[in-house]
Design a protein around this ligand. Structure first.
Ligand code: GLU
Length: 479
């Protein structure tokens, strides 16, 4: 049975790349009717930035990527949290020590780092020839017992090559001579990420290891561990690099792909998942919109692409806009209203007014919090006109009379409803002998400060007469 896992380290913010790894592992398992496992890789405790609870909540409740095994699922949930499995890693390190494939290292970290720094400053390759490699096991054990600080390192071969087949990138070979003896257990007693990761993948019967291709360079280290520990190799599925359109590679510190932020701004989980699915997976059809179930049905490793892909927030906005516009009206109102309420005081507004305002933007909103930006013109008295607006107003002699007639019509309109407003606009056009385009544009500019926007009659309806009159009066003298 296909078993995949998502194994987040929690050492950075939760970003698009994390979710893509989770989604692809999930899709791969579910397409094959297999199992998806969540494992928390928290062995680098000093750097943990998000809590497992938060991560689980996002994964399960927000994105509905339900896992079959993992924390909070099993009777003994600690089974899927690495910091609770230290004894397991220690026992495997001891096995390797016994076989003579690992050794205790007593080298001082500071001296070692200084050597490494010096080499990098001198642009020299640095490959540490560890003097501890030849210390006898009895002597080493005595030093450990005497309380000396130590790490446990794996003896790496000094020559030869190691190869593997990646299901996306094909056959890859590495030279062993470039490898340093890798640390398995750190001086704080915690395993390194590489060591724990390989042991857990093997013990958890993971059949396909799915992760970002930034891990490809660590493959020889993993492979040598599989060999030393006599574990069968799983299949490896490395996913293409995600680059940021503006800023180069996505990194753990580059925050504009922070999932929690995106959710807060009002990006919908369904849109995010749909967009992310296409970061490195090409369905080879023209279909762009996929539900999670459709993704499960269609997902196929052979359609994972090798070339780096681009995280483009504009494209994500485009997907999100589609999903927002597909909501029913009530869902949409419930979704957007908090973003409006957050910024504006709605106390003296009626429910009907608020709903009409929200619905005016339903087909045009890119993300939830954008509602506060686009509706700003409804919450202030005065509009500031920029240069392009002013030069348009000055571009035609007819415009002053359009605006004068419009103001008179507004002042005398006794029943403020949409139909009357539309008729009123038509009258302005006819009375001034203008075109519809010119009439609408000059009124829109004076009333909204914009050259384009949503339906003018609806905007006027929501703005109400007094505000409109004030804005028209305020613009006199500018054209
Ligand atoms: N713990 C690693 C990370 O968060 C996962 C790498 C892997 O899936 O093997 O990036």
């Amino acid at each position: 049975m296909t078993r995949t896992r998502f194994a987040p380290s929690l050492t950075g913010h939760l970003h698009i790349g994390n979710l893509r790894s989770a989604l692809f592992a999930y899709l791969l398992a579910k397409h094959d009717e297999g199992e998806f496992i969540l494992r928390i890789e928290d062995t680098n405790s000093s750097k943990i930035l998000i809590s497992p609870e938060e991560l689980i909540n996002v994964l399960l409740n927000t994105f509905q990527l339900t896992y079959d095994e993992g924390p909070k699922k099993e009777r003994d949930s600690t089974e899927y949290i690495q910091s609770k499995r230290l004894d397991i890693y220690k026992s495997y390190a001891e096995k390797l020590l016994k076989k003579g494939e690992a050794y205790y290292c007593f080298c001082d970290k500071k001296t070692l780092n200084a050597k490494r720094m010096k080499a990098s400053e001198e642009k020299q390759n640095f490959l540490y020839e560890d003097p501890c490699r030849i210390i006898g096991i009895e002597e080493a054990k005595n030093r450990v017992l005497a309380g000396e600080s130590y790490t446990i390192r794996q003896k790496m071969p000094r020559s030869g090559q190691i190869s593997f087949h990646d299901l996306v990138y094909g056959d890859i070979t590495f030279d062993n001579s470039t490898l340093e003896d890798q640390i398995l257990i750190k001086s704080d007693g915690f395993p390194t990420y590489n060591f724990a990761n390989v042991i857990d993948d093997a013990l958890m019967d993971i059949t396909h290891v799915t992760r970002g291709c930034e891990y490809l360079s660590s493959m020889p280290k993993y492979l040598l561990l599989y060999e030393a520990l006599n574990f069968p190799r799983p299949e490896f599925v490395h996913l293409p690099l995600i680059k940021n359109k503006e800023k180069g590679n996505l990194t753990k510190t580059n925050k504009d792909d922070d999932l929690i932020d995106l959710l807060k701004q009002g990006f919908l989980p369904s849109a995010i998942l749909n967009y992310i699915a296409l970061l490195g997976w090409n369905p080879r059809t023209n279909q762009e919109f996929f539900t999670l179930q459709e993704l499960i049905n269609e997902f196929d490793i052979s359609k994972i692409t090798k070339r780096p892909c681009c995280y483009d927030i504009k494209k994500l906005e485009w997907f999100n806009k589609h999903y927002i516009s597909k909501m029913n009206d009530q869902e949409y109102i419930n979704f957007t209203r908090p973003y409006l309420e957050n910024v504006y005081n709605l106390k003296d507004k009626t429910e009907e007014w608020i709903n009409n305002l929200l619905l005016l933007f339903k087909k045009h909103l890119h993300f939830g919090s954008e509602i506060a930006l686009v509706s700003n013109l409804f919450f202030r008295e005065i509009i500031v006109l920029d240069e392009t607006c002013i030069s348009y107003l000055r571009s035609d002699e007819l415009i002053p009379s359009i605006l004068k007639t419009f103001k008179e019509e507004i002042e005398t309109c006794s029943d403020w409803n949409l139909q009357n407003i539309e008729e009123l606009l038509k009258r302005v056009e006819l009375k001034t002998n203008s075109t519809k385009e010119k009439t609408y544009r000059s009124i829109r500019i004076v009333v909204t400060g914009l050259n384009y926007g949503r339906e003018l009659s609806k905007i006027l309806f929501l703005l109400e007469q007094q505000t409109i009159i004030k804005r028209v009066e305020n613009s006199i003298g500018m054209y």
